[in-house]
Design a protein around this ligand. Structure first.
Ligand SMILES: [Fe+2]
Length: 392
């Protein structure tokens, strides 16, 4: 038996805590003298969070170049536009990217940090796994200061940016170890304004990432401990934050779990539920967290026999009780996830999200890729076909 070997990637600094967004200027000033600032949704803009960030950056002596907002999951054209805008300002050493928003905005920020400095301008499509032409980032990316405003994707601690495209539809990753944010500034107070549906879908994304990373065939010891440590009390915190958005302990628990889920997936990979979520998002624009939530019980069931002891560990951590048999642990875990979905208003069928039978062949095709490669049990196209059909 060979002894273990692993690498562990993480942000250089994680600054975590209630109200710590006020420190954004100091963090940026340690990373550079000029910042390309971009942010997520219009709600975020209206809330004053972005303006406050810009002011704090300026008062710390950092020049601010506003790249503006990026709304919804980033598409090729949107990323190309942001990169072109950054390139117009001749990015150089001493510049950094600051992204404030949900996973989509943070991913857009990573793409800008990587592509704005490349020697030749080229569309992000050329760099994407599976659909690109193998082009790679040929110069060191700008440092990234990531400030998440949702609790779920963990994008503040991952090394990839998910980008969507049309004709043909796809959702693929721009991936490079150097796209791991330099600083993740995680202020759980920023998530208090998330509406219940966003809390639910982003929270279920984190739940799914934690469980899939533990089961993954690329699973590593450090992220596994982190992911298991995030599971106790997570379902209850999600229920509380869904009902009472201002509950501070619940918001803190969710933000911490999301961060741990990002570290876990960046180092261990994911699985079937995320592969399906990418396909559902690409073809039918099903929101990522919702797709993960619906797919998770099915993915757990599909993988249960392949990873019995991990399923038991997950069940015990997530449900807070012991199980004498692996089979009963797996069944109880699947029920517990279904019950959590119900309590959060998440449907149990893809049909409720607008998925129709005629879409299944394309969904099967679009599911291939890095997440599916991490799934502990190999999945044939026929099995995928049956899984999708069983959920409509
Ligand atoms: Fe995810």
């Amino acid at each position: 038996m060979s002894s273990p070997r692993f690498d562990f990637l993480s942000p250089t600094r994680i600054a975590w805590g209630w109200g710590r967004r006020s420190e954004i200027g100091g963090h940026a000033a340690r990373l550079g003298r000029r910042v390309f600032l971009l942010h997520g949704s219009r709600t975020l803009e209206r809330s004053g969070v972005v303006e406050e960030a810009a002011e704090r950056l300026q008062s710390a002596g950092v020049a601010v170049v506003r790249l503006g907002g990026t709304f919804g999951e980033p598409h090729v054209a949107e990323v190309d536009r942001l990169v072109a805008e950054a390139r117009r300002h001749s990015p150089q050493v001493g510049d950094l990217v600051c992204a404030v928003g949900g996973g989509s905005a943070l991913d857009a920020g990573k793409a800008v940090a990587g592509l704005a400095v490349c020697s030749q301008p080229a569309s992000v499509r050329e760099y994407l796994e599976g659909v690109g032409n193998g082009r790679t980032i040929d110069r060191p990316p700008l440092p990234i200061l990531a400030v998440p405003t949702t609790a779920g994707t963990g994008a503040e601690a991952t090394k990839n940016a998910v980008v969507a495209g049309r004709e043909p539809s796809f959702k693929k990753s721009l991936r490079d170890d150097r796209l791991m944010p330099t600083v993740a500034l995680v202020d759980p107070e920023l998530t208090v304004s998330n509406p219940p549906q966003v809390t639910a879908s982003s929270g279920m994304d984190a739940v799914c990432q934690l469980m899939e990373s533990i089961l993954s065939r690329k699973s590593q010891p450090m992220p596994r401990r982190l992911a298991l440590g995030a599971l106790p009390g997570l379902g209850e915190a999600l229920r509380i934050a869904y009902r009472d958005p201002a509950d501070r302990p619940a918001r803190e628990k969710l933000a911490f779990a999301a961060l741990q889920s990002g570290l876990a997936l960046a180092n261990s990979g994911l699985g079937l539920a995320h592969a399906a979520a990418a396909a559902l998002g690409a073809l039918l624009e099903v929101p990522h967290g919702l797709a993960c939530a619906v797919m998770l019980p099915v993915a757990l069931k599909f993988n249960a026999a392949e990873r019995p002891s991990e399923m038991r560990e997950i069940a015990e951590a997530f449900m807070g009780r012991g199980f004498s048999r692996a089979e009963s642990a797996a069944a109880a875990l699947i029920d517990a996830v279904r019950e959590l979905n119900r309590d959060l208003g998440v449907p149990d069928r893809l049909g409720a999200l607008g998925v129709v039978e005629s879409a299944v062949p394309q969904l099967v095709q679009l599911s291939a890729g890095s997440s599916l490669d991490g799934n502990p049990r190999s999945v044939t196209p026929e099995e995928l076909n049956d899984l999708y059909r069983s959920l409509i």
